[in-house]
Design a binder for this molecule. Structure first.
Ligand code: DX5
Ligand code: ZN
Length: 217
């Protein structure tokens, strides 16, 4: 069964506590951090992760869409993240390795994320130490975009690399996911489905989460 990780990007940030409670039946909570540089949008940062941590015991899956993320790993770990994803495009490979080392030192789960343009093979230098790979199925920056079908091939390639070199590593897919494409995404090898608009745009977020899980069986 796939895990479902609602993205609070589609929540009401003035009523975040109750919007988190509305998705408490989900497996993880996905937090999208954007810096206005790596992506053309700004969202939330360290103080918001700290506040979320004090309101919920949910597993906090923090997606860092920021330049040079190694600078902020310690701070996000101390704020209460359970897993951090850094984009491979966000810095020199040596600095990405530094970021992963900082996660290890803090005892949080380690992930790398790929923009749609990035090849699955880009994970090869890191795969043996990863807990998760995040494949984007939209251009990062905004919720509510259309799922990029071509990314199913990248999901399959990442799945093959994980099966060969790091069995048990999670494969998260993020962007434009809903009950219509969740079966194909799970079939391609995803183990975690992120959904913003499909969960928060639904009349009953709990039912939307259950439907995604069911679709991903
Ligand atoms: C986009 C974010 C996603 C976004 C997904 O850059 O990384 O997590 O919230 O939203 P939907 O599910 O609406 O595409
Ligand atoms: Zn995300």
């Amino acid at each position: 069964m796939v895990k479902v990780a609602p993205s609070i990007l589609s929540a009401d940030f003035c009523d975040l506590s109750s919007d988190i409670r509305r998705v408490s039946g989900a497996d993880w909570l996905h937090v999208d951090v954007m810096d206005g540089m790596f992506v053309p949008n700004l969202t939330v940062g360290i103080p918001v992760v700290r506040s979320i941590r004090s309101h919920t015991d949910m597993f906090l899956d923090v997606h860092l869409m920021i330049d040079k993320p190694a600078r902020y790993i310690d701070a996000f770990c101390k704020a209460g993240a359970d897993l951090l994803s850094v984009h491979l495009e966000a810095d020199h490979p040596d600095r990405i390795a530094d970021a992963l080392r900082a996660m290890e030192a803090n005892g949080v789960k380690k992930a790398v994320a790929l923009r749609p343009i990035t090849s699955a093979r880009a994970i090869l230098p890191y795969i043996e130490q990863l807990d998760m790979v995040l494949v984007m199925t939209v251009e990062p920056g905004f919720g509510g975009q259309r799922f990029l079908e071509d990314q199913l091939a990248t999901i399959r390639e990442v799945r093959a690399i994980i099966d060969e070199r790091r069995p048990g590593c999670e494969l998260e897919v993020d962007g434009g996911i809903g009950p219509d494409n969740a079966p194909a995404v799970a079939e391609a090898g995803a183990t975690v489905l992120v959904a913003g608009s499909a969960v928060y745009g639904a009349a009953d977020p709990g039912a939307a989460i259950a439907a995604l899980r069911q679709a991903g069986r």
